[in-house]
Structures are given as C-alpha cells and as structure tokens.
Design a protein around this ligand. Structure first.
Ligand SMILES: NC(=O)c1ccc[n+]([C@@H]2O[C@H](COP(=O)([O-])OP(=O)(O)OC[C@H]3O[C@@H](n4cnc5c(N)ncnc54)[C@H](OP(=O)(O)O)[C@@H]3O)[C@@H](O)[C@H]2O)c1
Length: 282
C-alpha cells in the first residue's frame, strides 16, 4: 500500500488521481482527513506530521510513502516507517537545498527544513528518492486576489527569476518515481521549461486572462508587511533573500520532468490557462 501524506495539498491531490488510475492500493493522510474527498476505494487517515501519535495507524501495512517535508518530527516518522515495514519513501523536497549542499551552510529557513527532512530519511535504512522542484507555478495563485480586485500585484523583486513548474508535472514525476523501480533512490531536480522574471509572469497572466494585470514595485519591508498574516517571518526573509539572489539572474533549468514523465515540462502560460478562472472569477 502507498501512503500519500499532505492529502489536502495540490501535489498530493494530483498524485492520488494518477495512482488511483493504476488501480494501486492507496491511503491518503491529512491533518484534516474530514476535508478530503478521495476517489472510491481510497482509505483516509488522520496524519499530522508534527504529531507522532498519528504515525502508527497511518503507516500500518504501508510499503511506500509520498512524504511532504515537515522537519519537526521527521526522525520519529522515519523510525515509525521503518518499524512498520516501509521500504521506499519519496520526499517532496525543494531545489533550494542545492544551495546548502556545499561547505558553506546558508541562512535559509525554508531550504534548511527541506534539507533536514532529506537527511533524516537518507540516514534511515529506508530507500529514499528525492524530488527537488524549483518554484511552483501555483505560487502565482497568491496574485489572484489583487488581480480579481483590479489592483496591482506587489512585487519586491520584479526582475527576480524563477523556474515555474506546473503542479501536475511535479505530481507526474512523483508518480513515475513511485511506480518505476528504475528511479528508486534517485535525486531529481525538477524545473519548468523556462526561467521567467516575476514581471514576465505577470505579463503572461495578462495575455492569458485578457485582464490588465500589472505589478507595483514595493520595498521588501512593504511586502513583508502585506504578507505578515500568511507567511511566517523567517520564511518571508528566506524568500526575499532568494529573490534578491536571482534578481536579473536566470535560473538553471533541467530536463528532468521530461526524463521522468516522457513529455516536456508544461509552460507557465499553460499553467495560467489551466487556472484562468482563479484570476477572472468566472
Ligand atoms: N511552493 C513552492 O514553490 C515550492 C517549491 C519547492 C518545494 N515546495 C514544497 O512543496 C510542498 C507543497 O507546497 P505548496 O506550497 O504547494 O503547499 P500546499 O500543497 O498548498 O500545502 C501543503 C500542505 O499543507 C496542508 N494544508 C494546510 N492547510 C491547507 C489548506 N487549506 N489547503 C490545502 N492544504 C493545506 C496540507 O497537508 P494536510 O492535508 O496534511 O493538512 C498540504 O498538503 C511544501 O513542502 C513545500 O515546501 C514548494
């Protein structure tokens, strides 16, 4: 049986549908299982990755796990998983860890937490496969509210590059590594097909939606103030430091999505077209 953690998340939801189509035995875990609506035949279980009392029931009878990166209790999760007989874990990590693998540890709370999860699993006896996506295209969903309100999108670094990767491509890559034994134990950096600045992403959204989507260049301090209710301070600082480091500097791209899925990575324009209703409200 395969356990998919973080069940309410976008990647978990897409992955569940792909694995279900294969007819595999599946269990989906979430901190709020009552909010899940899985396909018929899929078990649901309460699984809070910060609460080890929820681990035994979630892991009973499980052989493979798709794991969201939650660092707080990850060593205990790995121990429980090993005891339960789990043979393979696929970690949804982040390409942010790549900047931390050298001799100089960087001060980046987001990447540090993903790296801690990678290390805990790699140090365990369980075979571990690492998926390291770059920026999700779906981060642009945060712009839906100002776009729908007819307001400019606040950007502290309009010229910062990211490599927007479609959530379906990440889910398809996860499906490939969970179902094809040739990929087990691999480390895969997933990017979208192009490096785009935030300003270019705004332009693509305008072209796809037909709306006058524009951005306003704000200071990092203004942006932190605006997002204070949604993004913890340490993560906001990590994001700002990362965008500062990619300001005017294209991100290195990989062909890993195509290697794992058999098709080129979907573009940001394709993502925007798939999510047009979020921005237009219709
Ligand atoms: N965003 C990026 O650019 C990026 C890049 C690289 C890696 N990652 C990593 O990928 C993972 C997923 O990132 P994400 O930003 O796309 O997050 P997400 O899928 O929207 O949510 C992550 C998890 O938060 C929980 N959650 C809490 N409240 C929720 C709600 N109202 N709706 C949906 N889920 C909710 C869910 O787990 P439960 O169902 O168990 O509560 C969910 O799986 C994270 O570990 C992130 O660090 C993200």
């Amino acid at each position: 049986m395969i356990l998919i953690t973080g069940g309410r998340g976008a990647i978990a939801t897409e992955l569940l549908a792909l694995l279900h189509a294969d007819g595999l035995r599946l269990r989906v875990g979430s901190a709020r299982p009552a909010d899940l609506s899985p396909p018929p035949g899929v078990e649901t279980v309460a699984l809070d990755l910060t609460d080890p009392t929820t681990f035994p029931a979630a892991l009973a009878g499980v052989t493979s796990v798709f794991l969201y990166a939650s660092a707080e209790r990850v060593t205990e999760f790995a121990e429980h998983a090993h005891r339960a007989g789990v043979a393979h874990v696929v970690v949804l990590s982040s390409s942010g860890v790549l900047g931390m693998l050298g001799p100089e540890p960087k001060d980046d709370a987001l990447a540090a937490s993903h790296l801690a999860v990678e290390r805990a699993l790699l140090d365990s006896p369980i075979e571990t496969t690492l998926l390291r996506p770059g920026s999700f295209a779906s981060n642009a969903s945060a712009w839906a509210w100002p776009v729908r309100a007819g307001r400019p999108v606040s950007l502290p670094f309009p010229g910062a590059h990211t490599d927007p990767v479609h959530e379906r491509d990440v889910a398809e890559a996860a499906h490939a590594v969970l179902t094809d034994p040739r990929h087990r134990g691999g480390r895969f950096t997933l990017t979208g097909p192009e490096s785009l600045t935030f300003a270019e992403q705004i332009d693509r959204l305008a072209a796809v939606t037909g709306l006058a989507v524009v951005h306003e260049h704000v200071t990092p301090e203004q942006w932190k103030k605006e997002t204070a209710g949604h993004i913890p301070d340490a993560y906001a600082d990590a994001l700002l430091a990362w965008w500062r480091s990619t300001d005017g500097r294209p991100v290195a791209l990989t062909g890993t999505v195509e290697e794992l899925t058999g098709h080129p990575a979907r573009s940001f324009t394709a993502w925007a077209a798939d999510h047009i209703a979020d921005f237009t409200g219709s």
